[in-house]
Design a protein around this ligand. Sequence first.
Ligand code: F3S
Length: 647
Amino acid sequence: MGRTLTEKILADHLVDGDIETGEEIGIEVDQTIAHDLTGTMAWLQFEALGLDEVKVEVAGQHCDHQTYQPDFKVSDDHRFLRSAAGTYGAYFARPGTGILHQVHKENFTAPGKTLLGADSHTPTAGGVGSLGIGTGGLDVATAMGGAPFYLDVPEVVNVRLEGELPEWTTAKDVILELLRRYSVKFGVDKVFEYTGPGVETLSAHERTVITNMGTELGATTSIFPSDERTKEFFDRLGRPEDFVELAPDPDAEYDDEIVVDLSELEPLIACPSMPDNVVPVREVSGIEVDQVLVGSCTNGAYEDILPVAKMLDGREVAKRTETIVAPASKQASEMLARDGFTAELMAAGVSVSEATCGACIGAGHVPASDSVSVRTFNRNFEGRSGMEADAVYLCSPEVAAATALAGEITDPRDLAADVEEPGFEYPERYIGASESDLIMPDEAVDDGLVKGPNIDEVPLKDPLGRDLSGPALLKMPDNITTDHIIPATQEVSVYRSNVPKLSEFTLKRVDETFAARAAAADGGVLVAGENYGQGSSREHAALCPMYLGVGAVLAQSFARIHKSNLINFGLLPLTIDEETYERIDQGDEIDIVDDAAAAVESGQETLTIRVDDDWEATVGLDANERERELLAAGGKLPHTRQRFADE
Ligand code: F3S
């Protein structure tokens, strides 16, 4: 039987287990990346593990989420990250160099390599045939120390692309179409592997737009073959030696197949406040728009901004519509500036930002109250923009530009009489790998680890005990995101290296009093509906509840990365059925009847809870042997520290 591309890369990196769907395997990691919000904790954990040197081929530390330094805490974190990268052997991308996925893609991503990133959009790399997986910072820290990364072998879904995109329809519409059809939960424990005749009609950049936002489907990752179009990409970047051809076997067998006829697509838009709330742009055209933002790791490349600049050339954005372009890398900024496009954008009334995530996590350009913001980003969870009850729409750069010109949501086909389809041509001088902006390990400043006063130690949990009883501290609905648990907004994220302080913000967006109640209760559980913890890979969303004494989360289902973060920090992810969810009230006393430590260690798959000393229910514990070892030890940090010490 032929193998899929995913199976081939997994097999090349396999160090533990067998490649069978649903079974856990350990794989060797070639490359890692982290950013400023996840990196400080990853390096503090690397230090706490007693490690002294990065062991992977390439480790990258980026500063992109919060590039402005509104107070010393952020500057201290940036300095700490530079010092940690230099001390342990990672490259460092200064604030302003760009968004990690874009910068890593320009400089280091290579077909056939495994990339582990402390960011959920790490699958971006799949657009050029690299297997990129997002996870928590602790997994990245241990991988940097040379440990394998463990994952359940995902189902591989063949997404067969046919036809060619029509005018004004883009790669963004391909992934929006998949979200429209299949929702944010469809991709859990799946890899989307793109095949078919439509693949060669898409450039490497267009492919990365699709793999980037495959994360919103909940996928483990997404991947395209590495072919002639990929070769063009590496040639253009001046890294031809990194190209290798990769494809699935012609007779590869997939777990599922989806067909997308590119020629049938049209411009689409995700409406507030979920990326899968997708409709044709024409269905919502006419809604007045206060803000348009072009950028992010999805659509902030030169290839995304150039069409916007061409559409706005010689025109002016609507007076009511603040329009911002934030390139995803300094390389993109520099090319736009050299070719005169930055001047054209400015002349059209656009504000051109430095290369940053910024607005994507509410760090800057927060929308006005009761306003509409149209963005080329990948997420529009409520409040993520930094404004509660926001109204954020997600679309392609072309739709964003048409909207900026008209001041209302606009399908660019409806501007066609005035504005031509911009097309795309690469400039004569394409700036490749931007190494001058990166501090490579051999160029590092030799000043040791530099920690400011806001940088605290990583808290450690005790081994799991017998008794896990406590109150249901909070009952939450379906689809609670990591942004609900610990927001990434400026006010909160400045405490990312200070868990005691950061914990005060835990679930504040759901219940103002939660952190104080949890700390006072000295133990307890969280109760949630489906898809708990969807969104980012932010491990603080597990670490802070752990610090506050939460011992278990009872949910109808968990998002993949968050479940693994809960286990990494020693919190039991327990599944409950709908009836149990409905019956539990906030404040009920939840007694886990079993001896928790013994149940975890013996491999018990169900436990019994007794609620308010009144009724009982069965809850599920879906964890493999390795995960149970972590839970018993109080999490991955104490467990791995011991393992590295024993080696
Ligand atoms: Fe940054 Fe937003 Fe992407 S925070 S990494 S631009 S999803």
